[in-house]
Structure formats: structure tokens, C-alpha cells
Design a protein around this ligand. Sequence first.
Ligand code: MD3
Ligand code: FE
Length: 203
Amino acid sequence: GTEALAPGAVVLRGFALDDQHDLLAAVDAITAQSPFRHLVTPGGHTMSVAMTNCGRLGWVSDRRGYRYDAIDPLNGQPWPSMPALFADLADRAAAAAGFEGFKPDACLVNRYEPGARLTLHQDRDEGNYAHPIVSVSLGVPATFLFGGDQRADKQQRVPLVHGDVVVWGGPSRLRYHGVQPIKAAQHPLLGELRINLTFRKAS
Ligand code: MD3
Ligand code: FE
């Protein structure tokens, strides 16, 4: 089913289920080349979420700031290329939400262990906010926090489970959002983990 969260924000329940095994095999291939790592924020905090990327550009953070970079700082090589299945799934999800012709050049892969969280933030390191962001949830459930245009705005709590896809665009593109600490649980394919794929047009 399709649920409208807000103007420009659409939840596609189970949209990735047909591809779940292929998606996870592709994540294993990506992390064999560019492993998950805990990035440090400009403020010096180590993130509880572990990250890697695929595609031409990857999102990185260090003491100097946040940015997109073509090179994985861990191995000095380009990020793994974006699997055709990833690009195709992101394009189909965006189209289902009304955004035709989404061609992401970056996919951030987030790995959550129990207790890991993302504090409230905006995604504003991309060049062009006309493009949506597509997010694919895999593994154990999460509670997504969907806020407003101001940090202090009231947040909606959105439960996201394995296979759910969310498209965030238009007037929702710059809304504050985060992920509550992941509760201990077991998923048949991923054990205690949650994996989130976030597709962006970074440049
Ligand atoms: C809502 N990741 O990596 S993607 C992130 O589940 C991030 O790992 C979350 O937030 C995760 O930056 C959720 C969902 C998302 C991404 C961008 C948004 C939601 C958004 C932009 C505007 C509003
Ligand atoms: Fe975000």
C-alpha cells in the first residue's frame, strides 16, 4: 500500500520485498570493498550508526565537516559502483511517488546495531533539493521521526519495517528527521541489524 505522510513524502509498504535477497547480497559485495565504519562528526562525536556508500559519490564526515566525495577515505579508492538493481529500485520507487526520472549518483548505506540512532537533522549536503531522497529499510524495525522545517517542530513517529521504501521530496525535502534508538530484536535475514539504503542526487 501507499501512504502519504506529508506533501511530497510517501511510504511504499513492502516495495523492496521482491528484491530483498538480491539487495542484501549487493550490500555484502559493497562492504567487502568499502567496509562499514563509524564516522566522526565535525564536533568530534563518533556516530552510533556505521556507514558506507556506493555510487559515484559517497557521504563522509570527519573533523573538517560533512561532504560528498568520490573517494572512500578508508581505502583511497572510488566507492563501489551502484548496482543496477539499486538504481532501478530507486527510480521505480520515486516514480511511484510521482517523481519521474530519478537518477541517484549516491547511495549511503547505514547499519544500525541495537541502541544505534540518528539524532534529528536535515539532509542539506546535496546540490539540488529538487530531487527526492529514496530510503529502503531492511532488517529489524525502526521508529522514524519525521519533523518539520524547524528543529523544534513536533515530530510524527513512523514505524518502518523490512522492505518498506519511503520517498521524500518536494516540500518535505528539507524537513528535520531522525531514527529512534533501535530496540533489540531478531530478523531472519539480518539478525539484530537494521540496514537502510538512502539514495540521493548529490551533485
Ligand atoms: C525526510 N537515514 O542517512 S533515510 C540519513 O533510516 C538518514 O537511516 C535514515 O536520515 C535511516 O540521512 C532515514 C530517510 C530520510 C532521508 C532524507 C530525508 C528522510 C528524510 C529528507 C527529508 C525528510
Ligand atoms: Fe537524513
